[in-house]
Unconditional design. Sequence first.
Length: 599
Amino acid sequence: MFKLGKKGAAQRAPAEQGGFAEQLVLIVWDSRDAYSEKTYRNACAALEYAHVRCAGFDLGGSRHAPSLSDYSCVFLCAERLQQCSWPLLQELRRLVSSGGGLAVLFRGWNRHLSDILGVDCDDEWPVFRQGAPGGLKFVSDLLPALNGLELSDDDVSGHTPYDFAPGEDATVLVRDSADRPLAWLSAFQKGRAVFWNTSVLAHKDMRGLIVQSLALVQSVSVTASVNVGLIQVDDFPPPLMSELPAAFAEANPGLTPIAFYRDVWLADMIELAHRHALRYSCFAIDDYDAGIDTGRNGGHSDEAEGRLGKRLARYSESLAGAEGAIAEIGLHGHNHTPPLLSNWKTRDAMLAGFKACRAQWQAHAGLEPPVSYVPPNNEYDRDGLEALCAAFPEIEAVCGLYTAGRFEAGGDREFGPEPWNHRLFCIPRMSSGFDMPAFTRFQAISQLLTMGAWTHFFHPDDVFDVEDDSEAREGLRNVDNRPWRANPECGEQGLFDRFSDWLHALRAQFPWLRFCSTREALERFRAFQDARMTVHFGPSGVAASCTGPLLVHLRVNDLRQVNPVSVENAEIVHISKGADFTTYTLQTSDAGPVKIELM
């Protein structure tokens, strides 16, 4: 993961002199509260991904309140804000009244802050709302790309909000499924504050809301983006089916599996890539049959020879005409068996499986050795990675899951060196599928609002993964039994149509996003991790020191505008205007410090 300091806090440096105040966030938390610590660590990670400098103050372990004169914003991630000393409360009031920002990320309360937070409540400890529903309904364009998106109670629950509402002067940002305010923005003298009346910002899915809370409350803010759009196709080439599933075959008489995958699915995906400048990374299984004995001996079956080569041959003509849409083919393993010691019984068996993959790759695929690996079922362990590296020393990236899965089985990973093997770099996937329901769209947008990346995957046979007559199954990839493409006259969208519509909307909201192969994404993530950015604000503009080129987003909430002729060592690549703010996306150079005049 991007480098954290002691106990998860980025290391703080004093603000530079010369009339410029540094963009620096203090995160207040309470080590005596596990949920407070979880929110704190989530906020640290979110800000580090955005290259925003931060420091922590522990209410449970620190005696003296820090001076806030060096900080541009404070995040409150503690429920028991009554523990705040009187000097700290006075510092918070001074910070906001003089133009700084305040964000309550984990619903906490201190009645001496009620006017700053836009709440007319003088209770020492407000009661919690009884029977509070879940859900998130975004109702303001102050949170970019989210306005109008609605998440259900099944998507998000556990708010446990206080039973109060903001005053009339506050701007409601988010409501729950019962239409009660959950987050709002308030102005207080020269500054602004946002109050999240919920505990859900402790979850990784919500990191985009944390970064955007900073952008909401500071009059000017600067965040960085890695600028990676990554779409991976697991299980390609697909297994050789003898016939299509009955329901799909009935709706498409005469269509064979190879004709569907090659002439329909792949043709549509290539057309979509050309339309939106996508570059797919495809991940191949060398054999879908039991070619490897996963028991004690671990041997390679002669029947497995040539399976990957035969599948690739079926698509060779289409792949040759893809014109860059298929950017690379990476490794997805053998027999779709996750490299967990519990599956393979012995380390030697796992190593034999990976060596069988390498033999197929060299003998039949005619490809360069892969540099990226997607574990089957997104699972692996320490022994599996050791076997992978022994058989494929060329592999540098492992792509599991970002927010899902168990850490002990290779899930819940951060972007950065793999914790069990630092030779490998983790590029975990945030979202999956073609259908793009509301929560999947939220995940994608949240990741983009955190660090300017969207990592996504799907399977060629997603359209066939539907509920059968025997029993319903969890985790269906085509839960609504949609066709691949639908006749517009029937009014029902197919999976391809829904994904195409999503990409169109995504391009409108994030036109700067650049899609790339996993190989190229690896280079960008490594460079982004090593980069550093320090931002200072002056009375007439912004100065930023960047180690190497970065894509940065400058948000201005105080009605000033960037003087375009004043921009030094950066180029404005996009401007997005809201009702009360403007966001400038700039590509910096390595020629020197970035300087921007605001007028």
